[in-house]
Write a protein that binds this ligand. Structure first.
Ligand SMILES: Cc1ncc(COP(=O)(O)O)c(C=O)c1O
Length: 386
């Protein structure tokens, strides 16, 4: 098969962050300021996200996983509690549930959006169910209206794992603004990054409880105590952990967040180009955008059906990598198949398992040039014509 990359062309990675001089200048300013840990810049970053989402409160933390762990600790989830969640997700939320002693109960997904199916979630509710953790797969928000109603009707807490969906919305509701709590990730491959980082947002009563849990249980932040010059005057109200976001990290976040609308617009442009060019390839399902959805386009996620396509997902990934020098990724290995979950009593998840075997994520990020986009399109078409 003829490669699509010109001889000597660099490998096109599946994902790459966009970091510019403004992020570097903001970090330099923080380094020169004398205050490196959680402080004024983290507070400004929290304010920016809180205002953009219209949520009551926001807490900048060291990762999305930290935000999930804090959310579950804040809610007092523990042994005997069941929490409904998809299996086609990253292991962070289920892992954090096991860490607090609660039991993840996996519900199947919708075949089109790959988001948790509200009907499957409802069928999984028992007398022990305490919460539902939805995940906005690839940046396409799940049915937020249905999940808010489901949670309210059954007296359950709704948590949004919005790691993929900062700057996405559905029916006029921002992803991350509907749950009692929601979490975002600023990991290096996300729609905006701080390298590592996360944000816990939501109801002010819950965030008020989460803050001390994320700073050793201490009742006020080091920045505030420092500002008041009484650094030793503190109490520990709960046995907390250390999860706060340092100001060095928040500096990157502040700048990335102002660029997020432009990042999303470029992601959307790339997604449109792919969809126009690839939609007719037999056996290839392109990602849908349901009416009323502003997609965040963390993933451009296709499904390859080996019954009608000339090759299967693994073969496609291999040829793209070895022949065309193009990186891809797969999202995700279903969590119920991972070692710590195999002994759980899990209901049948046929849509999850079928989708996971066919799913492939193509490169889709703002650092890509138009030539990069054309290269991916040409390579995909060659896969289908060989
Ligand atoms: C859906 C989802 N939730 C949570 C996480 C964890 O994010 P972090 O690496 O910031 O802890 C990820 C990371 O990829 C994710 O995809």
């Amino acid at each position: 098969m003829t490669p699509t990359a010109p001889a000597g062309a660099p490998f096109l990675p599946w994902n790459q962050p966009t970091i510019g001089e403004e992020e570097i200048a903001e970090v330099t300013d923080t380094l020169r300021s004398g205050w490196l840990t959680y402080g004024p810049k983290a507070a400004r970053f929290e304010d920016a996200v809180r205002e953009a989402l219209g949520v009551q409160d926001a807490f900048a933390v060291s990762s999305c996983t930290a935000a999930l762990h804090l959310a579950f600790l804040t809610l007092g989830l523990g042994p005997g509690d069941e929490v409904i969640t998809p299996s086609l997700t990253f292991c962070a939320a289920p892992n954090a549930l096991l860490q607090v002693g609660a039991q993840p109960v996996f519900a199947d997904i919708e075949p089109a959006t790959l988001n948790i199916d509200p009907q499957a979630a409802e069928a999984a509710i028992t007398g022990r169910t305490k919460a539902i953790v939805v995940m906005h797969y690839g940046g396409h928000p799940c049915d937020l209206t249905a999940f808010r109603k489901l949670a309210d009707d059954h007296g359950l807490i709704l948590i949004e794992d919005a790691a993929h969906a900062l700057h996405a919305s559905r029916d006029g509701r921002r992803a991350g603004a509907v749950g009692d709590l929601a979490v975002f990730s600023f990991y290096a491959n996300k729609v905006m990054t701080t390298g590592e980082g996360g944000m816990l947002v939501g109801r002010s009563d819950l965030i008020h409880k989460a803050r001390p849990l994320g700073r050793h249980g201490i009742d006020s932040s080091a920045w505030r105590r420092h500002g008041q010059r009484n650094t030793a005057d503190y109490d520990v109200s709960v046995p907390g952990l250390k999860y706060v976001m340092p100001d060095i990290t928040a500096s990157i976040g502040l700048r990335q967040f102002t660029r997020l609308p432009a990042f999303t617009a470029r992601r959307s442009e790339i997604a449109t180009a792919y969809t126009e060019a690839l939609a007719t390839l037999p056996g290839l399902t392109i990602p849908p955008v349901l009416p009323g959805v502003e997609h965040g386009w963390f993933l451009y996620s296709v499904l390859i059906d080996p019954a009608t396509a000339p090759l299967d997902r693994n073969q496609a990934a291999q040829v793209l990598r070895d022949v065309h020098q193009i990186g891809t990724s797969a999202h995700f290995k279903p969590v119920h198949t991972l070692a710590p979950y195999q002994s759980l009593d899990t209901c049948a998840l046929p849509v999850t398992e079928t989708a996971a075997a066919k799913q492939l994520s193509l490169p889709c990020y703002p650092a890509m040039t138009d030539r990069d986009v054309d290269r991916v399109i040409t390579a995909m078409r060659r896969l289908w014509s060989s």
